[in-house]
Design a protein. Structure first.
Length: 80
């Protein structure tokens, strides 16, 4: 019975869509972009991955989810 439950859970998880990954870069912030939660700095010109889509707050500010936290969406360009 336990084995059946585990199989059913794994089967259901297979159909949960993964968040899209986008390659972005710090295109205009010479001081670097700071990851809010960890303090890591992404230097100007460096590429990095963001997870999901841009999140826009009610006040109009926006941010992106990265592997180790979130970053402000200002000064970020899509890498091509």
């Amino acid at each position: 019975m336990k084995r059946l439950i585990v199989i059913l859970i794994l089967f259901c998880l297979a159909f949960i869509p993964a968040q899209p990954i986008h390659l972005m870069w710090n295109c205009a912030n010479p001081e670097g972009i700071v990851v809010i939660e960890t303090g890591r700095v992404i230097p100007e010109g460096e590429t990095f991955e963001v997870i999901g889509n841009e999140i826009i707050n009610a006040d109009g500010s926006s941010y992106w989810q990265v592997e180790d936290g979130t970053v402000n969406a200002d000064f970020i360009c899509e890498a091509r």
